[in-house]
Design a protein around this ligand. Structure first.
Ligand SMILES: [Zn+2]
Length: 412
């Protein structure tokens, strides 16, 4: 087994150890797996992600620092350090390990913050935590509860931060299962371990945990709760601690400031401004739709007046360079509704080339079939019913002449 130095001192950032085994990179995805007799590196487990850092040979024979990019638990319980290097240290080499202190500090803050927060939810509302996730940007806990209100979130955040401000001691203790049960654990420990490692936040929380934690709650800095969402087994609460909380708040403020500048408003007025703008957009869109309908109707009236009937039927064939597909569809509907004897073959060259073929109800043609014939000549896709068909072609070349031909075929 690897002796885990962080069990007793999570603030130990440098240590010495001996290489006990090396698994060559060729056997495991390009990185050497290095086993040590003792380590201060934390392997990914219990929701907390691994440390990173460096390794150098202690006697200085290899001056290069080897990057430790990932640390995991092997199936036999030993700790594997994945090292990025051309040549890994040999078995028996004495090495000096250095943990990235910033990353470790951040993980201690997030993980300790989680203990405080989970305990706060239990103390206030008797809501237990079922899982903990630590991400690169934020962390989350899943709470075993059917409901979670905004007020509850605020209260838990306030209590958690009070515990941070009180700067309570956080002690590492070791106990047997039996001893631990009598000490009042927040969460029952895994049954397969005889010796338990307990994290004791003075008179607030006692949990079995193998992770790295701060010495006093003040070192967490602060705890900021963010998004909550319903998940399968309860509610997920996202949170950030320490500098992560400050960075997140800074990012939020910058985002809000940018939004407020667009409205020339105070950041607190952004939601009201957005609501107003959306309302204006809705009103404007509605009036634009009305106007478009009116224009389509007027244009339909004029087109029908200008069209000479052939054997009692009016064929309106036109390609628009300045009207979009929505408009020509509207126009086709107006044309075929205003009079009972109309065939409208319309095209639009705005954005992509699109076609709308329509006939007044009761007319004998098949618009779907007529469109298919045109598309067969020009390429493109589309289809529809007997009275209305729509489609598009890859280019507008030859569109007018093919449509005129189609009208001639129908009227013949
Ligand atoms: Zn923990």
């Amino acid at each position: 087994m690897t002796e885990r130095l962080y069990y007793h001192d999570p603030f130990l950032y440098e240590f010495e150890g001996e290489v006990t085994e090396v698994v060559p990179a060729a056997e495991i995805n390009g990185r050497h797996g290095v086993f040590l007799d003792r380590t201060a590196f934390y392997p990914t487990s219990g929701g907390q992600v691994h440390d990173t850092g460096w390794m150098t040979a202690k006697d200085g024979s290899e001056s290069a620092r080897l990057r430790v990019s990932e640390v995991v638990e092997a199936e036999d319980g030993r700790v594997v350090h994945y090292v990025e290097a051309d040549k890994p240290p040999e078995r028996g080499t004495l090495i000096r390990g250095m943990i990235d202190p910033e990353r470790r500090r951040d993980h201690m803050q997030q993980h300790s913050g989680q203990h405080v927060l989970s305990a706060a939810f239990v103390r206030l509302f008797n809501i237990p935590t079922v899982s903990f996730h630590m991400g690169d940007d934020y962390c989350s806990i899943d709470l075993d509860t059917a409901n979670l209100t905004t007020d509850q979130v605020r209260e838990a955040e306030a209590l958690a931060n009070l515990i941070v401000q009180e700067n309570r001691t956080v002690e590492i203790k070791f106990a047997t299962q039996e001893e631990a049960q009598n000490m009042g654990l927040r969460k029952p420990p895994r049954a397969d371990k005889e010796q338990l490692r307990l994290i004791d936040i003075h008179e607030f929380d006692l949990s079995a945990c193998g992770g790295t934690h701060v010495r006093e709650t003040g070192q967490i800095g602060c705890i900021l709760l963010r998004k909550t969402e319903k998940v399968r087994q309860g509610w997920r609460v996202e949170f950030v601690c320490g500098p992560r909380a400050v960075n997140t708040a800074r990012k939020d403020f910058t985002t809000l400031t940018d939004a407020a500048a667009l409205f020339s408003a105070h950041i607190w007025d952004v939601p009201e401004q957005v609501r107003k703008s959306l309302e204006e957009i809705r009103t404007t869109r509605k009036s634009a739709e009305h106007l478009l309908e009116e224009i389509a109707e007027l244009q339909a009236v004029r087109l029908l007046a200008d069209t000479t009937p052939r054997e009692g039927r009016k064929f309106v064939v036109q390609v628009f360079a300045d009207r979009d597909p929505v408009f020509i569809r509207l126009l086709a509907q107006k044309l075929t509704k205003l009079e009972p004897n109309v065939v409208a073959l319309l095209g639009s060259k705005v954005e992509q080339t699109s076609l709308v073929f329509a006939q007044s109800r009761g007319m004998p043609f098949d618009m779907g079939a007529a469109l298919k014939q045109v598309l067969a000549k020009l390429g493109g896709r589309g289809g529809g019913s007997k009275d209305l068909a729509q489609g598009g072609t890859p280019s507008a070349e030859g569109l007018e002449s093919v449509m005129s031909e189609a009208a001639l075929t129908l009227s013949a």
